[in-house]
Design a binder for this molecule. Structure first.
Ligand code: ADP
Ligand code: MG
Length: 346
């Protein structure tokens, strides 16, 4: 019997999701898109409803020794809103399920909800329900978000065409470097509690890790400029992994240029300080919650002067070509691996 055991690590997170998906078929005509995109798409007349869920677990996704509860509340909403943004939709409602231990005081839970409230206000979403349970193993926050979009404006992971321009917002790798800084300061504190953490120099990076924003601003600006992306995804697992998803869903390859990948100078300098390669941090560091999308080349003029949109490459006709052109003009394959939860990373 035990001969049949397959380790989860053999399958990986994406393999497991594909396996689950293969066992279920869609039976309702209102289910337009099920498992596989940033959000499911449900028919609701002229518009569609978008549904997505994300769970944050203590010890896996956050460490309360450096994550203030207010920020955690904000982040847990922002990461959900980000998936609605990635569909070019408008977030409208959230439901929140919480598992809490009696280690938390009422004031601590108040702080968590202050952050949630701030995010609800910022993204204009209503908290409409949830569930509350006790926990014996740390704090768990699971949020489901509902959004809406006119059907013809929904942007999926698939849909890119050969030579479409690959665009990325903001900058990448900062949230990952913020995490490295926080982890280092935690270790310093554990060995010498008298030492005060020195975070001022890393304020931007730490902020990107603790309090990310969903890029709804970009969604509105693209709409104002009448620019509809051909495919889109949010960057939660790292650029390389998200490029892989866009390529797979569009049945194309990707070609990106190292010198075009946006990396903030503090990310760059801190990566060097940590003896890490900045481009590796940008490619594989997760949790930036920026948007990665493709546009038809004829739309380039509409957004070419946008200060926060970067053009990093183009879609390639060969689905097996996932390459990075380095600053030295050499072509290296991009490894598709995101964070693999089953190998102990998050
Ligand atoms: P994202 O990073 O955008 O949150 P994920 O990588 O978590 O997306 O999930 C990819 C797709 O797989 C989504 O459509 C999600 O709804 C679906 N999915 C993830 N886990 C499960 C699960 N346990 N059961 C069913 N669908 C899942
Ligand atoms: Mg996503």
């Amino acid at each position: 019997m035990s001969d049949n055991r397959t380790e989860l690590s053999q399958l990986g997170e994406f393999g497991l999701i594909d396996r689950i998906k293969s066992k279920f078929s869609i039976t309702n005509g209102t289910t337009l898109v099920g498992i596989g995109d940033d959000a499911a798409i449900i028919d609701a007349g002229e518009q569609a409803v978008l549904v997505s869920t994300d769970m944050l677990l203590e010890g896996i996704h956050f460490d309360l020794s450096y994550m203030p509860l207010q920020h955690l509340g904000y982040k847990s909403v922002a990461v959900n809103v980000s998936d609605i943004a990635a569909m070019n939709g408008k977030p409208e409602q959230i439901v929140i399920s919480l598992a809490i231990s009696n280690r938390f005081s009422v004031e601590a839970i108040d702080a968590l909800f202050e952050g949630i409230q701030m995010a609800c206000k910022n993204y204009k979403v209503d908290l409409v329900g949830g569930d509350t349970s006790s926990s014996t193993s740390g704090l768990i926050i699971s949020i489901t978000v509902l959004g809406r979009a006119p059907k013809e404006q929904i942007v999926k992971r698939g849909g890119a065409k050969t030579n479409d321009i690959i665009c990325v917002t903001g900058d990448l790798g900062a949230a990952y470097m913020g995490l490295q800084v926080l982890e280092r300061e935690k270790q310093v504190f554990l060995t010498n509690p008298e030492m005060q953490p020195d975070l001022e120099k890393y304020e931007y990076l730490v902020g990107r890790q603790l309090r990310p924003e969903a890029r709804m601003d970009i969604i509105h600006e693209l709409r104002d400029r009448n620019c509809l992306p051909t495919s889109m995804i949010d960057i939660s697992d790292g650029l390389a992994s998200e490029l892989f998803h866009l390529g797979k869903h569009s049945n194309l390859g990707v070609k990106i240029f190292e010198d075009k990948v946006p990396i903030d100078h503090s990310t760059y300098e801190t990566a060097i300080e940590f003896k890490l390669d900045p481009i590796t941090c940008a490619l594989h560091g997760g949790e930036d919650y920026e948007l990665l999308f493709t546009i038809h080349p004829s739309d380039y003029d509409k957004i070419k002067n946008h200060p926060d949109i970067h053009f990093i490459g183009h879609m390639h006709k060969d689905p097996d070509q996932h390459v990075l052109i380095t600053k030295q003009q050499t072509e290296v394959p991009i490894q598709a691996q995101g964070w693999n939860h089953f190998k102990g990373q998050s």
